[in-house]
Design a protein. Structure first.
Length: 314
């Protein structure tokens, strides 16, 4: 049995990860400040003997004897990370320093949940890990993009300078049950709008693309990365390479929900990337042939069911 710290464990991805690690027989410390996460996401785990919940903000140091750390604490939706951009930078940068310091002190292995946002609005398509990105350092998205880039730098520096056992994954757009209904990201927005019969809000003309990964595929990739061979640090892309336009996504959601919602077009936010698709050759090679298994239609089906119950209060 390992003792594993999951920061951001009450969030969308973190709650799925806690459940998986707990089911494997590990002891879990789930740490969260509930900025975008919620106890509701992990309430089914609360009575478990080996599950512990800690309210804590990772911009402050935290001490615990652990074997592994998954560092997920950070708001991921543009609406939320732009709400208090200075805090977002602090969470990424000071949070990384605090968690890396902890890993160094107790000799824990630590995985960083980085992001495809490190590629910015990419000029290289699809994006391999060797691409350094095209990021605006002073725009609305910079607090998140540059915060995550700096966190990657810190992970590499603690590894090179202090021999900390680090693993870095770059996560591409991920969706699934337990996203917050007001999260603001595109999949949850479209589903909630379609189920409520509200207009579907497409930003821009809807030709921008994203590649959507179902959460189970991400959790599998994270787990394989944490347990990958010694010396393999990454960064490694974890995402689904099948690319869709936002217009295609909207139509698929309307179809699957049988909704009468109409599509409405709103202005494109500043620095919104035009395209995004992961090159996953490295993940396949290093992570035992890992690749996404869940097709968009199937993943949307599970997610729609979740939101339908949530909105009906079931
Ligand atoms: P989320 O917002 O649902 O979860 C983030 C969690 O971190 C929340 O529970 C929040 O309360 C907590 N948190 C935020 N700031 C904190 C702080 N200072 N101290 C302690 N806890 C804090 O987002 P998510 O989609 O579950 O994302 C999890 C991680 O994966 C994030 O680091 C995000 O950047 C990364 N990521 C996610 C995606 C995606 O598409 N879901 C894509 C790329 C990267
Ligand atoms: N988007 C949209 N309508 C919404 C929310 C988002 O058209 O209600 C667009 C957004 O402009 C972006 C894409 O969907 O082009 C993905 O947005 P999201 O916030 O989910 O993730 P990110 O931009 O960080 O990839």
């Amino acid at each position: 049995m390992k003792r594993i710290l999951v920061t951001g464990g009450a969030g969308f991805v973190g709650s799925h990860l806690c459940e998986r690690l707990l089911n494997e027989g590990n002891e879990i410390i789930c740490l969260d400040n509930y900025f975008t996460g919620s106890k509701r996401n992990i309430e089914h785990l609360m009575d478990h003997h080996y599950f512990e919940l800690v309210r804590h903000d990772i911009t402050n140091p935290y001490m615990a004897e652990v074997d592994e750390i998954y560092n997920l604490a950070c708001p991921a939706s543009p609406v939320h990370y732009q709400h208090n951009p200075i805090k977002t930078v602090k969470t990424s940068v000071m949070g990384a320093i605090n968690m890396l310091g902890l890993a160094k002190r107790v000799g824990a292995k630590i995985l960083q949940a980085s992001t495809s946002e490190v590629y910015g609005d990419p000029a290289v398509h699809p994006q391999p890990e060797s691409y350094w990105g095209n990021v605006n350092p002073i725009g609305l998205r910079s607090c998140y993009d540059e915060g995550k880039r700096c966190a990657e730098t810190l992970f590499m520096d603690y590894h090179n300078q202090n021999d900390v056992d680090v693993k870095i994954i770059r996560i591409f757009n991920t969706y699934g049950p337990k996203m917050h209904p007001q999260d603001g990201r595109v999949v949850s927005n479209f589903i909630v709008q379609a189920l409520n019969g509200d207009d579907i809000t497409i930003f821009g003309n809807g030709t921008q693309t994203r590649s959507f990964q179902y959460v189970d595929d991400l959790v599998e990739g994270m787990h394989r990365m944490m347990n990958s061979r010694d010396g393999f640090v990454g960064p490694v892309n974890i995402g689904n390479p099948i690319e869709f336009t936002m217009l295609e996504l909207a139509k698929e959601v309307i179809d699957l929900t049988n909704s009468n919602s109409k599509i409405t077009f709103l202005p494109l936010p500043q620095d919104d990337p035009l395209q995004r698709q992961p090159n996953i050759s490295l993940a396949k090679k290093e992570l035992d042939g890992w690749e996404p298994k869940v097709h968009l239609k199937e993943g949307l089906g599970h997610t729609i069911k979740y939101f339908d119950k949530l909105l009906k209060g079931i």
